[in-house]
Design a protein around this ligand. Structure first.
Ligand code: TYM
Length: 335
């Protein structure tokens, strides 16, 4: 217990808003697994974030369990890390409300994810979409988090979390730990296979744009074979002029635990066909064992639900400690 308390804390989460992609795996989960021995980790399935966009209730329920099972199948051990569902710990919503009162409309309107999502969901511009980063700040600050391992698209959200925490601490003294983002050297931004100028996303309507974590080997090979490249035939890193090839090298590097530069050197003088073959092999090599475990965990529903229930209780104890401190500082009367 003592050594556990000395460890620094990690918090991260994924929305169960679609089938997870290779981007989620390489940008986030892969790093979570590596960090779990050194840190005290909370890995959350953020279902409350997912409802900022309309979800089918039965699908949301299923996907929430799928995401938790993917965490475990990837190697996150629920005995070492706290794997749980956000809505099982109501303190997230409670702290979110309080932090809403310390966050400015101007700073929320500068969030690029909000601007992107607002453009895509004109028919449902709900206020949850706008205050989404405040809920994310609550997630992180509730556990006195030191480090937040995410893909590069979430960096701005970790920055606003820091701003809110610093503002709160200035007003009331040291309440929150100020978190740092942790972004891996490869895989931090995996791009779409069809439009390599845009991020690979689980909400892409074109399934050829993304590789799902549970795609079978044939599907993976087919999608990579169809990946958009260019016509100059040279394999080198150049995100601006050669986004497709740069993305394939990035995927290869992240799967093989090497840097993109090392991947580039490995393929100097080779052709695109060979690159695609090797990328497919590397992706299948990473995902096949995970898929086996996923099927097994998902077939034992009671087991997964028991783990989530137990872990939510552990998370809640830590969350209550922070919230008590916050209540006292801002002047709420103790219960
Ligand atoms: P979400 O669900 O969009 O994505 C989950 C994680 O996957 C990373 N990611 C990617 N990394 C590389 N390439 C990609 N194409 C790619 N697509 C997604 C994301 O950067 C993220 O790390 N707001 C968050 C969820 C969240 C959260 C939190 C994260 C809620 N509360 C607290 C950290 C801490 C989100 O929408 O992630």
């Amino acid at each position: 217990m003592e050594s556990l308390e000395k460890k620094k804390t990690i918090f991260s989460g994924i929305q169960p808003s679609g089938i997870l992609t290779l981007g989620n795996y390489l940008g986030a989960i892969k790093n979570w697994v590596k960090l779990q021995d050194e840190y005290h980790c909370y890995y959350c399935v953020v279902d409350m974030h997912a409802i900022t966009v309309r979800q089918d209730p039965a699908e949301l329920r299923k996907r929430t369990l799928d995401v938790a099972a993917i965490y475990m199948a990837s190697g996150i051990d629920p005995k070492k890390s706290v794997i749980y569902v956000q809505s099982h710990v109501p303190q997230h919503a409670e702290l979110c409300w309080i932090l809403n009162c310390y966050t400015y409309l101007g700073e929320l309107s500068r969030m690029t994810q909000y601007k992107d999502k607002a453009a895509k969901h004109q028919d449902n511009l709900n206020s949850g979409l706008f205050t989404y980063p405040v809920l994310m700040a609550a997630d992180i600050l509730l556990y006195q988090t030191d480090l937040v391992p995410v893909g590069s698209d979430q960096k701005q959200h970790v920055e606003i979390t820091r701003d809110i925490a610093i503002r709160f601490n200035r007003l009331y003294g040291g309440v929150f730990t100020i978190p740092e983002p942790y972004i891996g050297q490869s895989g931090a931004r995996i791009m779409s296979l069809q439009e390599p100028e845009s991020k690979m996303s689980k909400s892409d309507p074109n399934p050829n744009g993304y590789i799902s974590i549970i795609d079978d080997p044939d599907t993976i090979c087919r999608k990579i074979k169809r990946a958009v490249t260019d016509s100059d035939g040279e394999i080198r890193l150049d995100a601006e002029k050669k986004p497709g090839i740069t993305n394939l090298l990035g995927i290869y590097a992240a799967c093989c635990e090497i840097s993109p530069k090392q991947a580039e050197e490995e393929f100097i003088g080779k052709n695109y066909g060979l690159l695609k073959e090797k990328v497919s092999e590397a992706v299948i090599g990473r995902l096949a064992p995970l898929q086996e475990k996923f099927k097994q965990i998902r077939s034992e529903k009671g087991y997964l639900e028991d783990i989530l229930h137990e872990n939510a209780q552990t998370a809640q104890q830590a969350a209550i400690r922070t919230l008590r401190k916050v209540h006292k500082k801002i002047g709420f009367v103790a219960k």
